[in-house]
Design a protein around this ligand. Structure first.
Ligand SMILES: [Fe+2]
Length: 272
């Protein structure tokens, strides 16, 4: 993709003007230009914003909410384009990276915990293309309880905390010359996002899932009913690539391996 033409938006009008070059950080080539604003234009913009605020102040809250949500929706639908522009400015696509992906089932069980799932179910290995992209189709995973049959369980009980992890996808990105990137990307609708037993959630790791109605055409013809799409950009740093040893060596033979749910039982901190 090419870098877009950046213009100034002042008092309801677009202004094109010369400015400073934007460089590709990989090779310092000029990829575009950002306009340089003059002091007079700045004054004009501040005065237009003050006038705009008078209108905004008198706008009913439900109308304001509609406008803000409309802007958010616009950002969501343009996420891919915006992500590409940010990559042009701040990084470069990484081709031929190996990406391991794994996640739990709709029951919240990984294949190795669940004898009813085939070996390697819901696990995949991908290679990024020349644009640094990879994609796949899967099911939306569920969150799950972590095991509480050891000291972690005792600790959680003492703290009155539940043992749930919010639904997530695991990613491991490996390529020589780059720090191995290991991450989890979370479903935005999970009830345990804010109380993850493992404290793994940050705002940046909550994925922009988009729910699509049944009559909206999915990329694959055989998808029926509602479906979801999710686009996410990983930033990988230059450095030493190192692969961890896979921690899981065996598969459960019975459903007893399923960890029990421990409900939260927090006492008020200042209880008498
Ligand atoms: Fe997990």
């Amino acid at each position: 993709m090419t870098y877009p033409e950046i213009r100034l938006f002042i008092d309801g009008a677009w202004v094109a003007q010369a400015g400073d070059p934007v460089l590709n950080p990989a090779n310092e080539e000029v990829i575009g230009e950002v306009p340089r604003v003059t002091p007079a234009q700045l004054e004009e913009a501040v005065s237009a914003a003050s006038r705009g605020f008078e209108i905004w102040k008198r706008t009913a809250p439900d109308k304001r909410a509609e406008i803000i949500l409309g802007a958010a929706q616009l950002l969501r639908t343009r996420a891919r384009e915006i992500g590409e522009i940010i990559t042009l400015e701040q990084g470069k696509p990484i081709a031929d990276a190996e990406i391991d992906v794994w996640h739990s089932s709709t029951e919240g069980l990984y294949e190795n915990q669940d004898p009813s799932q085939a070996d390697m179910n819901l696990r995949g290995k991908f290679t990024s293309d020349s644009d640094g992209r990879f994609w796949f189709r899967t099911i939306k995973p569920a969150g799950y309880p972590i095991p509480i049959n050891g000291p972690v369980g005792a600790l959680l009980k003492a703290q009155g905390r539940h043992n749930m992890r919010p639904a997530h996808l695991h990613f491991l990105i490996y390529k020589e010359g780059y720090k191995t990137h290991i991450s989890q990307v979370y479903s935005p609708d999970d009830p345990f996002l804010e109380t993850d037993v493992q404290f793994g959630v940050t705002k940046a790791l909550i994925a922009p899932y988009i729910k699509h109605a049944a009559d909206e055409k999915a990329p694959a013809d055989d998808v029926t009913g509602e479906w979801w799409s999710m686009d996410y950009t990983f930033n990988v740093d230059a450095g030493v690539a190192k692969l961890p040893r896979p921690p899981i060596q065996e598969k459960a033979t019975s459903s007893d391996a399923r960890p029990q749910y421990l409900p939260a039982d927090r006492k008020p901190a200042l209880a008498e």
